[in-house]
Design a protein around this ligand. Structure first.
Ligand SMILES: [Zn+2]
Length: 271
């Protein structure tokens, strides 16, 4: 095994495998998930994520190379996860989003099950081939990714996406080609759109004032999904943009940086 990738908590990473004659399929195993590689030009590529709460230290990304003649070969590379400092943010929202009524609690719990089931589904094909783009025109970064949050004095789950500045009515665009798998009002998220890009990668767009797509539709990169707003548990208008990769919560802007990824590092064969 060689010194492989160094990545911080909450970062999307690209695994690469040079193509070779007779290589028919490559599959990665990362943090308990199997993720297929796809051929992109002269290399095979898989996108995985380091969850924002991943343990700092050495993790192993394993892969199996399958050849057309039936042979297979295992290899692995190390991913050194570095800790990131996530600040704590104190927020004040309407009381009903912190002290939930029995009805709202039941609804929120049902919706969490529904969205967790989406994230746990791995569609075995890639709907996208081009680089990901930000969902708001000109957005270069977002705020609050990974922040530990205290709502009205009560600790809640860390912030799993990035918040982009957007007034009510600002157009929100698909970060890449994919299939709409959810488009409706959720208790905490307000008007929400979830896109399945395939291979376990999802982008989500929350707190919209208007949804303009329907579940099942294929959307193109840059296609309008709706308008930014301030629905659900918010302190004001903005776009919450989230990315999940095989259930890992990653900073969406780290996905945009993958295009600048260095050349593949050699991967050691396992005896
Ligand atoms: Zn947010």
């Amino acid at each position: 095994m060689v010194a492989g990738i160094v990545a911080s908590q909450g970062q999307a990473i690209e695994l690469r495998q040079p193509d070779e004659p007779g290589l028919g399929a490559v599959e990665a195993r990362w943090e308990g998930h199997g993720v297929p590689f796809v051929r992109r030009g002269a290399a095979w590529v898989a996108v995985v994520g380091v969850d924002l709460d991943a343990k700092p230290g050495t993790h192993i990304a394993e892969r199996t190379l399958r050849y057309d003649d039936g042979r297979s070969r295992d290899a692995s590379e190390t991913v050194t996860v570095t800790a990131k400092q996530f600040p704590t943010t104190k927020l004040t929202v309407e009381d009903r989003y912190v002290e939930l009524s029995a009805e709202d609690a039941a609804r929120a719990s049902r919706e969490t099950q529904e969205t967790d089931a989406i994230y746990a589904t791995l569609t075995d094909e890639s709907y996208w081939t081009e680089p990901f783009v930000a969902p708001i025109e000109g957005a270069k970064d977002g705020r609050n990714f990974g922040h530990r949050r205290v709502f009205n004095g009560q600790p809640r789950a860390p912030h799993s996406g990035a918040d982009l500045r957007a007034d009510v009515g600002t157009p929100v665009y698909a970060a890449n080609r994919g299939r709409v798998v959810l488009a409706k009002d959720l208790f905490f998220s307000g008007n929400a759109v979830f896109i399945d890009h395939g291979l376990g990668l999802y982008t989500i767009y929350l707190h919209l004032s208007k949804i303009e797509v329907t579940p099942g539709a294929i959307v193109e990169r840059g296609q309008r999904l709706g308008l930014a707003g301030a629905t659900g548990r918010v302190t004001g208008p903005h776009l919450h943009w989230g990315v999940r990769i095989a259930e890992a919560r990653v900073d969406p802007f780290s996905l945009l940086k993958l295009e600048a990824a260095p050349e593949p590092t050699p991967v050691a064969a396992r005896p």
